[in-house]
Design a protein around this ligand. Structure first.
Ligand SMILES: [Fe+2]
Ligand SMILES: [Fe+2]
Length: 269
């Protein structure tokens, strides 16, 4: 694993429908981007909380945690730059206040192990999305190339560090039911949060009440891309007691990072 800084110029004009002129997919990916800095900040905080308590007694795992944290910080930074651009274009991250309230309540109620269970669940969902983005070319060929590169760099690193949250969870003695609780919490939140922010983005872009938008929504979720059934099928094995983060898309990620090495700088290993 490496710590990489992607080079991209977001200051130039970006087409409002930068993803294949597809209103729904553009606003879906804009929404995910809005969520990342908060979510990844939460993952980093959860890891730090555990390391500060001196609960990691394995040097190799400590090293992986260091790289995980650095990679997530880089992702957050890149997405924040894009999110600031979206904000200036009239697409603010409206759910941020709610995210802050919910996570502060959650943190008061739950232990660091449960926070890590939720982090691990989000990490697994992200790794599945990353795998589908790489395997099925979800961003398509008619896409802003700078943005596509940012997404696939992020996706490749998510696949690269897919198992670290789980390894830490096992290391501190996290069990089966807490892991399932974490996943249930993550799935419910991701469904509700994503729907709400996508609808807001579509409304603000004047695209919510267009038939084309909802045809595209169907095509993405259940039609051509089959994003929902494919994600669900990959998520299902998580219910097994002997589950371990699968090697989904490892070759695709390695290949992408190799072919696009001119576009990022390696800051460390
Ligand atoms: Fe990330
Ligand atoms: Fe991650």
């Amino acid at each position: 694993m490496q710590i990489r800084k992607i080079q991209f110029q977001l200051l130039k004009e970006i087409e409002p429908l930068w993803l294949a002129n597809n209103s729904f997919k553009t606003q879906f990916f804009n929404t995910l981007s809005m969520f990342f800095p908060f979510g990844e900040g939460y993952f980093i905080e959860t890891f730090r909380d555990i390391t500060r308590k001196n609960l990691v007694r394995d040097l190799a795992l400590s090293e992986k945690i260091r790289i995980f944290t650095a990679q997530e910080a880089m992702h957050s930074h890149a997405h924040q730059e894009f999110n600031d651009y979206l904000h200036d274009q009239g697409l603010p991250f409206t759910l941020l206040g709610w995210f802050e309230v919910r996570s502060s309540i959650f943190n008061k109620i739950h232990s660091h192990t449960t926070k890590l269970a939720v982090t691990m669940a989000y990490e697994h969902i992200t790794a599945i999305f990353s795998y589908l983005a790489l395997r099925d070319n979800l961003l398509g060929d008619v896409c802003d190339q700078n943005l596509k590169r940012m997404w696939l760099w992020h996706a490749s690193e998510e696949i690269e560090h897919r198992s670290i949250a789980f390894e830490l969870y096992q290391h501190i003695g996290g069990g089966y039911w807490r892991r399932q609780y974490g996943m249930l919490f993550a799935i419910l939140n991701i469904c509700i949060d994503t729907s709400a922010q996508v609808i807001l983005n579509l409304y603000r872009s004047g695209l919510l009440f267009k038939l084309k938008t909802w045809r595209e929504a169907y095509g993405f979720m259940f039609g051509r891309d089959r994003f929902i059934p494919l994600s669900a099928r990959k998520l299902y094995p998580f219910i097994k007691p002997q589950w371990y983060p699968p090697e989904l898309g490892v070759n695709l990620a390695e290949q992408w990072l190799k072919e696009n090495s001119d576009y990022f700088r390696v800051l460390g290993k």
